[in-house]
Write a protein that binds this ligand. Structure first.
Ligand code: URA
Length: 212
């Protein structure tokens, strides 16, 4: 597993506002979108290119474009939806699949409650987006799900990660998968409720409000 922590003054500044418990939902949503764009710039560095002959107003030339097949963005519902807009702005030609996974707050088991993905992901570069890499349980399950459909190039973009979750990914993700994690920061630890500390609280609730 390759870990990339995006270290940039803009990211650090935006992250501090995002973490602040007094930041309202509308600002929180805006910041998540901006941070994911800055992360996506790094996360898409390995995308394959192909030649594209064009004519400028001055002369013909051979430019570059992202090679097929189209990359796939997969937000993990619900909090991952908050990152979709920013990802699509940077990768407008990508397709989008959805994976609904949530943690049972009592047992901490991962439940898949929705999916809308192609059956065959062979050859596709998949960008899995979820703001919080906490225990790693959701991501391990999601990567397993994508790998079963043939994906071998998976980049996970999170805003914050806990060392516990990163360790679990390292241990449990199938070594056949070329797997990269891009985060804005690695925090200190998980608390007994599996929240990231200092973190930013429940990302889904802060984006969309408390539903249960
Ligand atoms: N999910 C969240 O939304 N926040 C955490 O701190 C951990 C998991």
């Amino acid at each position: 597993m390759e870990l990339h922590v995006v270290s940039h003054p803009l990211v650090e500044h935006k992250l501090t506002v995002l973490r602040d418990k007094n930041t309202p939902s509308n600002t929180f949503r805006e910041l998540i979108s901006e941070i994911v764009m800055l992360e996506a710039y790094e996360a898409t560095r390995d995308l394959l290119l192909e030649d594209k002959p064009i004519e400028t107003p001055v002369a013909p030339m051979v430019g570059k474009q992202i090679a097929p097949p189209r990359p796939m963005i997969v937000p993990i519902l619900r909090a991952g939806l908050g990152m979709l807009d920013g990802m699509m702005k940077l990768l407008p030609t990508a397709e989008v699949g959805f994976l609904g996974m949530k943690r049972d707050e009592r047992t901490l088991d991962i439940i898949t409650y929705a999916n809308r993905l192609p059956d065959d992901l062979t050859g596709r570069h998949v960008f899995l987006v979820d703001p919080m890499l906490a225990t790693g349980g959701t991501l391990v399950a999601a990567i397993h799900y994508l790998a079963e459909r043939g994906a071998r190039e998976i980049t996970c973009i999170d805003v914050l990660a806990a060392p516990e979750g990163l360790k679990r990914l390292e241990q449990e993700v199938n070594p056949d998968v070329n797997f990269k994690v891009v985060v804005a920061a690695v925090d200190d630890h998980l608390n007994e409720q599996a929240y990231i500390v200092p973190g930013l609280g429940d990302a889904g609730d802060r984006l969309y409000g408390v539903v249960d």
